[in-house]
Design a protein around this ligand. Sequence first.
Ligand code: ATP
Ligand code: MG
Length: 389
Amino acid sequence: MREIILIKNGELALKGLNRHTFEDVMIKNIKMSIKSLGQVKITKAQSTIMVEPQCEDYDMDEAAKRIGKVFGIAAFSRACVAEKNMDDILAKAPDYLKEQLESANTFKVVAKRSDKAFEYKSPDICCMTGEALLNAYPHLTVDVHNPEVTVMVEIRDYGAYIHADQLPGAGGMPVGTGGKAAILISGGIDSPVAAYMMAKRGVELTAIHFASPPYTSERAEQKVKDLLSIVAQYAGPINFIYVPFTEIQEQIARNCPDDLTTLVMRRYMMKLATAIAKNKGCDALITGESIGQVASQTMKALAVTDAATDMPVFRPLIGMDKDEIIAIARKIGTFETSVLPFEDCCTVFTPKHPRTRPKLEAVETAENMIDGVALSEVAIQNVKYERII
Ligand code: ATP
Ligand code: MG
């Protein structure tokens, strides 16, 4: 039986004149996400995007899984393709819907007839299909108010499609419609979630990671790349930028007052990230910080961090509890990787008593105790690039 995927837009419908641009970006993202599965034909008609496989053994399960992660999609369904006549529809519907109907007690049929030339009207299509399904599954009863399964029969211009309930899409806006920003990514739980949340609003991501070998291992770097490739299932391909940070961290540890080292380090991260992000055409920075989670995330500490950059800093997790962040990390599939035990550059150099109410002048004085300008230049000269898909 030939199957296709029917996709409904989410917030896109609200975008008026921009709608087509948004749809086109979404179609591009859908194409990219299922590219490796084989040839498909993608068309848009009547507020629905249709994905039609062009080969026999197309992996529909995998395609549905991937399409379920593309932002901008409100809901989608896998549907069976029938010829535009009732005989074929009635022949195919019971078979195609077997799994859903066998495990349900009640159902109803809804018909949508956008081809007004079709020989039967919607109520007739519903009656005939309902009868065929009742014959095939006598244990079922019809419940028009609260059915367990809603069977849809859609008569469109180029074919008839049969499907059961829609699957929820990833929601949000298509990646690429919300500008470009740089996520400061660690191997922790929070920053991959922050990346996911901004991508969900249509933001295209560049990822910047600070590493301090030999204090941090190659496996820690690999962990960050693994996390990004999970985020990329939603966000699309991500440019990964690796920044060598050892020299700066060593100098900070050696020369700056112990209680300020974390903040001085965070400010250098912000400064370097700003230079790199601007160079890559980004308009904002993103971090995984949340108020009060650790000493460097008090409101005063965040203000000191912010003062190191002239770019907007987005912190999508700012008001969330760790539990809530973990729930998202589990949902998107990053949690298991995040909790693997490889040292991050922050943890290696964490002081015992970091300041929670720092003064900007004191931190600036501390940060001038090292030759930050020269060290930053060297770090930027030695960044490594990689594309994560
Ligand atoms: P995460 O779980 O994201 O590591 P965290 O709660 O451990 O966050 P911190 O270690 O203080 O908090 O880091 C705060 C934020 O700074 C992170 O969410 C991330 O955006 C950024 N960050 C931390 N370490 C790095 C790093 N090595 N490279 C790039 N960005 C980093
Ligand atoms: Mg961390």
